[in-house]
Design a protein around this ligand. Sequence first.
Ligand code: ZN
Ligand code: ZN
Length: 851
Amino acid sequence: MELPKEYDYNAIEEKWMDTWQDSMYYFDQNSQKPGFIIDTPPPYPTGNFHIGNALNWCYIDFVARYKRMRGYNVMFPEGWDCHGLPTEVKVEELHGITKSQVSREEFRRLCIELTTKNIERMRNSLRRLGFSIDWSNEYITMEPEYFGKTQRSFVQMYANGRIYQQNHPVNWCPRCETAIAFAEVEYDSRETVLNYLNFDELKIATTRPELLAACVAVAVNPDDERYRDFVNTEIKVPVFGHKVRVIADKSVDPAFGTGVVMICTFGDKQDVRWWVDHGLPLRRALDKTGKMTAIAGKYAGMSTEECKKTIIEDMKIAGTLYRQEKLDQNVGLCWRCKTPIEILSERQWFVRIISDEILNTANEVAWVPDYMKVRLENWTGTMEWDWCISRQRIFATPIPAWYCTKCGRAKVAKEEWLPLDPTQVQPPEPCECGFSGFKGEEDVLDTWMDSSISALHVCGWLSNRNLLLPAQLRPQGYDIIRTWAFYTILRSKALLNIKPWETILLNGMVLGEDGHKMSKSRNNFVVPEEVIKKHGADAFRQWAAIGGTTGSDIIFSWKDVVAGSRFLQKLWSIFRFSLPHLSDEPAPFTPVDLWLLSKLNRLVKDATEKMDAYQFDETFKAIRGFAWEILADNYIELAKSRLYGEGKGKKAAQYTLFITMETLTRLLAPFLPYFSEEVHSYLNQGSVHLQAWPEVDGSLINEEAEAMGEQIKEIAAAIRRYKSGNGIALNAPLNGIELYSSITDASDIAGAANTEIRLKTGTPDIEVVPVEIRPNMKNLGKTYRSKARPIAEAFKDVDPVPAGSENIEIEVEGEVLTIDPSCFTVIKEMHVKGKAVDILAVGNATIVISR
Ligand SMILES: [Zn+2]
Ligand SMILES: [Zn+2]
């Protein structure tokens, strides 16, 4: 069978994509094999599977395919994390509406419609990239089957005291009009102005004069002599005139501003701390849309910006503001819209964070790479208050609770009532007070409440299957350690008191070719589809494999992709050459075969260890090096003559090549699913992806065989260099070669040199024979002038052997001259058994080439 010269990745990849059955990758609930469940990240259905996702999925697929071949019952599920703000914003954009212009049900319907369409598009990308996803375990968080579990998790955690409702300050985005969690606050440095105010008898400096109406205290450091007499007195707030207490607190920095700070509800997190520690009253100066409230008097209804501008002008005129200076400040922004956040006290639902529990559980999980655990440790304990899980939005899992319209009590649903939307249905039983009128909770859950039970869901929690928690692997980006990893550990412990996974595998971020974060504005943005179109999925996957070590950021590189497609072509050429020569019939191996098989088994051993350690780059580089250098450049070159010939070594070479190609195909299967399947289809029945990972045959790993093979390889290379150095065509035969070495089978050297080789032991008897006296014209000319030429002529008649390198006596034109050795060179030849030869030394072998 003649294979086409060019590897047509497009036709081959599409052929297999259409041939493969989904059921090949189904997790088998009844299997006796050890399970390997992967808690795949559910991507956000934006419609585009971005390159960072693609990198992560490549890692997951390498592991899934490898583990399957190692005999595990693998689950590689695909989830979709549907809910949340980005979809709402997109729907508003697409339909030119705001969420309040249509009914909640209609708005939800539009969100579901968009999400469904986007998921379908992304499924196609996943298939095209060749991921071995278990589609029978797909989950979509907006579907009742999933969000019903989110609701049940809420109910269970409410019952065990891990969820509670409270009026408490929370981070608030005035543009999105919702509470957000600490993990959703991004920080950015901005320049602001520090305003110095005459504050009754004191002077204070503040960056937020617009919150003066919300001032509830003034604080000084207890050790600050300047203000000792003011502690516990009351002073009057400028502009608004209400009185506040002066309190002493060690955390006030006497060196900042005037050493006196104004405490507002709430300018920042520090205000919240003081407010709690000193039991201060609450004054709400901002509403949920970021507008000033009635207590702001004449400023009511203004935005914070407007209020700030106006009140500063007013205070300047009144002489209250006496100085301003610039100040750099870290400002918290909404992750979604980058609006500066405010801190508002609202009734919200919270999940209790128990830091020790999270840290202890993190220690029970293996982190790959291990240094990533520090990120979780650093984050844990930085939050000022518990996880706020209620959101004032629409497209999310409804909080299953109602409020009694008579007594106001909150009623949380029972598990058996779920799933439900409390704005659509009433509870089937009355309130504790006996009344049966309820208002459904309109707040919805933080979308991390859905995704943080992904591990529980895929492991069979709340299903009729066995609970298989912990999952074996959580693959994810390091950018969501403080959210997804943190919340999943928290929830798994709170609900089932068990760690969610055995191992967490972190991937880095993908940077553009210029080394910067990919963005459309930088023009360094690449989508996986574009890469696949130009070079195919297998080339893309090679970039993912070798782009960097797991956990490190990796730069997207077209060069790596192109190198990947070249390697595919190289592999294809190797296979195309090999195919007519393959035979699965065993035959006695030659030293070169044993050398290759030893290297091959070493590769299998190495690749297995590296795959177990999630070192994809190292594994792939080792396989590539073997295929390219050892197999193609050396073995095939050496064994070619046997393969084309009819000698006894032919069968051994055919069998060796078969074993090697077949093993290589299985080693490549996790990385290059399409290519390996194509090659495998010529070698064996069934899919390569249902075969076992190669086993190491330890009896074939043999250092002596390797040393022998290396020597043969080097001898063949030395002869090749000899030919090209002497202007002899590489395939031209030499007059004869004698090889003095411990090599017992030189058939491949003979084949490569196209010359008969006589094997000898010991060392050759080399005679060095002077054969010619060659004049050194420069020195001859200097000394003998016009006689130089006749002298040179006369050298031809001198017997070089006795002449040696002494002075030569020579008769020229009747005159006897004594010629100094600086005037000639004695040319010597090497002779073995009286014949002229060239000698090449390779290690302890000597190659004698007849001239
Ligand atoms: Zn926002
Ligand atoms: Zn009631």
